[in-house]
Design a protein around this ligand. Structure first.
Ligand SMILES: C[S@@+](CC[C@H](N)C(=O)[O-])C[C@H]1O[C@@H](n2cnc3c(N)ncnc32)[C@H](O)[C@@H]1O
Length: 345
């Protein structure tokens, strides 16, 4: 379920705007956090707010969609055992990947984690496992330690997004359901007959969503994490997709050995995509569209565009920025952004 996350001070103003634009989802309740309000929004509203119609101060995030009645059940369960003052300081939204709920427990509040986990299991019949984020995404593979809290003892699941099923182990492979709108944004741009490359393909969500929702001729993926690559292969089979080709390896080693050239290259590695731009140019057809992901502070998105243009000059490429979009918040005032640009040789 998509939510528009806004600061409490802006909530009333943004609520009016969401009402005016008919973006609010009427069947779901709002979620209150310590400093933010999450308004439930329709899929088309989420798409518009994540794209060119982005509104300052609004982040589109994914959270468990709680039907108005169920919301009271979940909160009622918590209210019975957690003092109101403590309850305010807990995060009441959580990610759902397949049938696994993933919660974040603030430091010092660990004594409530089992209560929250049990309340989630009792009020969300589709959730079978509750895990807790035990650290941040880290390392080359961008994976995250997860601690089991309640339900079935497993970390593997199948998540559905954009018409495809994605199987993964949430601890061993990077995957974020919050990027589903962004994946569809890219898939919609793919023209019939295109050859597409997804660098850093993980368990292949971008590849599957593009192959399923476009008429691409081929979709290639390169992923270094063997576990992620193996899930990618399984996902091609599960989704019965015929035009995806996955390579297990480091982009820097694989790229020089690929003879094929691409119309479109997706670079979903915001921590260090800049280090791989020369490989994207190496694998581009004479004219190609590149989707370059980066983390950038609010108001400083042009720094990513400058980074790309500088690299283009250095490598003697002509580049033209098409647009820069925010794909959601990464941390307070820092966004995951995507610069779509044309590269010509
Ligand atoms: C942020 S994740 C994105 C995964 C996937 N595209 C998705 O959207 O869920 C980045 C991925 O890049 C992979 N990776 C990191 N460095 C790499 C490299 N040099 N070559 C290939 N893959 C790499 C990581 O293992 C990780 O799966």
């Amino acid at each position: 379920m998509k939510y528009a996350k806004v600061k409490k001070v802006d909530a009333e103003k943004i609520k009016q705007l969401l009402l005016e634009k008919k973006y609010l989802h009427k069947n779901y309740g709002i979620i209150k956090e310590k400093e933010h309000i999450l308004f439930p929004i329709t899929d088309s509203g989420a798409e518009e707010l994540s794209g060119e119609k982005k509104v300052e101060g609004v982040d589109v995030v994914e959270a468990e969609g709680i039907k108005k009645e169920e919301r009271y059940n979940f909160l009622d369960l918590l209210k019975k055992v957690i003092p109101e003052k403590e309850l305010c300081e807990l995060t009441k939204s959580f990610d759902i990947v397949g049938d696994i709920a993933i919660i974040q427990v603030p430091k010092g509040k660990e004594r409530f984690e089992r209560i929250i986990a049990d309340a989630i299991l009792k009020t969300n019949k589709n959730v079978k496992v509750v895990l807790k984020r035990a650290d941040v995404h880290q390392g080359e593979f961008r994976t995250q330690k997860m601690e089991w809290l309640a339900g079935e003892k497993r970390k593997e699941t199948i998540h559905k997004e954009n018409g495809v099923k994605i199987m993964l182990n949430v601890e061993k492979v990077y995957y974020s359901p919050r990027l589903s709108t962004e994946r569809m944004r890219i898939a919609k741009q793919v023209k019939p007959g295109e050859d597409v490359l997804v660098m850093f393909s993980g368990c292949a969500p971008f590849c599957c969503v593009i192959a399923k929702n476009s008429k691409a001729k081929s979709v290639f993926g390169i992923e270094k994490n063997k576990v992620g690559h193996d899930y990618g292969i399984k996902n091609i089979i599960i989704n019965k997709l015929k035009n995806i080709y996955l390579i297990n390896g480091d982009v820097k080693e694989v790229a020089p050995r690929i003879e094929k050239r691409f119309d479109r290259i997706v670079m979903p590695l915001p921590k260090s995509a800049g280090d791989f731009l020369e490989y994207a140019f190496m694998l581009s057809k004479k004219i190609a569209i590149i989707h370059f992901y980066d983390f950038q502070r609010e108001g400083e998105f042009q720094k990513s565009e400058e980074k790309i243009l500088a690299k283009c000059r250095e490598l003697g490429r002509k580049c033209e920025i098409i647009r820069t979009v925010s794909c959601g918040a990464y941390s307070p005032r820092v966004f995951r952004i995507c610069v779509d640009f044309i590269a010509r040789s």
